[in-house]
Design a protein around this ligand. Sequence first.
Ligand code: THU
Length: 139
Amino acid sequence: MDKTLVEKMIELAMEQLKFSYAPYSHFLVGAVLLGKNGKFYTGCNIENAAYTPSNCAERTAFFKAVSEGERAFQAICIVGGKEGILTEYAAPCGVCRQVMMEFCDPDTFQIILATAKEQYEIFTLKELLPMGFGPNNLS
Ligand code: THU
């Protein structure tokens, strides 16, 4: 991926940390999803007193995008940490990887994990979800 684009996505993901609603875990997560239409869809984690209705930042971004008509995606950038301090990569949870599998090509979809603008690693969905089960398995 183009370095300028990656850095732009890291900045956008970091900006989303201020919207994170995480009064229970205090683990703030920000994400930005890039559609094949070239648009960015942002997301943050949104927790709930009943715990199970909580939503991850990645799924917030995906559901915003799909609800606005985009279903094809190039990449997602995710940042997160306790109290919003970015010390380690915030890798997507299993449920979010499965949501990615629904809409993304595992061989090409890029997952950018970052702790700073100059500190990141990029994985494909296939690397993070080997042998994933997706729509093609039902066709
Ligand atoms: N979280 C995310 O937003 N994305 C992930 O991939 C991992 C976990 C959120 C869910 C919850 O609000 C908090 O981080 C702690 O699990």
